[in-house]
Design a protein around this ligand. Structure first.
Ligand code: PNS
Length: 159
C-alpha cells in the first residue's frame, strides 16, 4: 500500500491544491489530505470548515481522505504509516522554504518529500491572494471550486 499525505493549511482549498491532490491520487494507492495549523498565518476559515470544503471537493476521488491534525507532520506520518509527503511547487520562491522543511522532516524522521510541479495555469495562485481578491469584490470564480466560492463570498461579505 503506497500511502502519502498532502499537508497544508488549505485556507481555503484552491484549484491549484485540487490539481495536486488529483494528480497524487493517480500516482499512489491512498492520499490523505491533512489540514494543519500554520502558526505563521491567521486563518479565515476554521479547521473544521476547511476540512468540510476539502471533503466536498474531493468526494469523487475514491482514494482520497481528509483529516485535521495539530502537531508535527512527521508525527502524523508515523502514526498513519505514511512514508512520504507530497507537495506542489509553484515557483522558485516556494523552493527555499519547502526544501528546508523537506530536509528537516527527513533529518528528524526519515520522511521523504516529493514535489509535483504545479500546473502553469495555477502557478500564480495562492489561498492568500484568493482571499484578498474576494474580500475586495474581485472575481475568483475560476480559481476555486464551486463550494469554496460560495463560502468565500459569504465570509468576505461578513468581514
Ligand atoms: O499550506 P501551507 O500553510 O503552506 O502548509 C504548511 C504546513 C501546514 C504544511 C507546514 O507548516 C507544516 O507542516 N506544519 C505542521 C507542523 C510541522 O510539522 N512543522 C515543521 C515543518 S518542517
Amino acid at each position: 500500500m503506497r500511502r502519502v499525505v498532502c499537508p497544508g493549511s488549505f485556507d481555503p482549498v484552491t484549484n491549484g491544491h485540487l490539481d495536486i491532490v488529483t494528480r497524487a491520487a493517480r500516482l499512489y494507492d491512498e492520499v490523505v489530505v491533512a489540514v494543519l495549523r500554520n502558526p505563521n498565518k491567521t486563518p479565515m476559515f476554521s479547521v473544521d470548515e476547511r476540512v468540510e470544503m476539502l471533503r466536498a471537493v474531493t468526494k469523487d476521488l475514491d482514494n482520497v481522505s481528509v483529516v485535521k491534525f495539530d502537531g508535527l507532520i512527521v508525527d502524523f506520518c508515523k502514526a498513519n504509516e505514511i512514508s512520504a509527503i507530497v507537495k506542489g511547487l509553484r515557483a522558485v520562491s516556494d523552493f527555499d522554504y519547502e526544501l528546508q522543511m523537506a530536509q528537516m522532516n527527513y533529518n528528524q524522521a526519515g520522511v521523504e518529500t516529493l514535489f509535483i510541479s504545479t500546473n502553469p495555469l495555477y502557478a500564480f495562485l495562492s489561498s492568500s491572494l484568493v482571499k484578498d481578491f474576494a474580500k475586495y469584490g474581485g472575481d475568483v470564480a475560476s480559481l476555486v471550486p464551486g463550494p469554496v466560492l460560495d463560502r468565500l463570498t459569504v465570509r468576505s461579505a461578513d468581514s
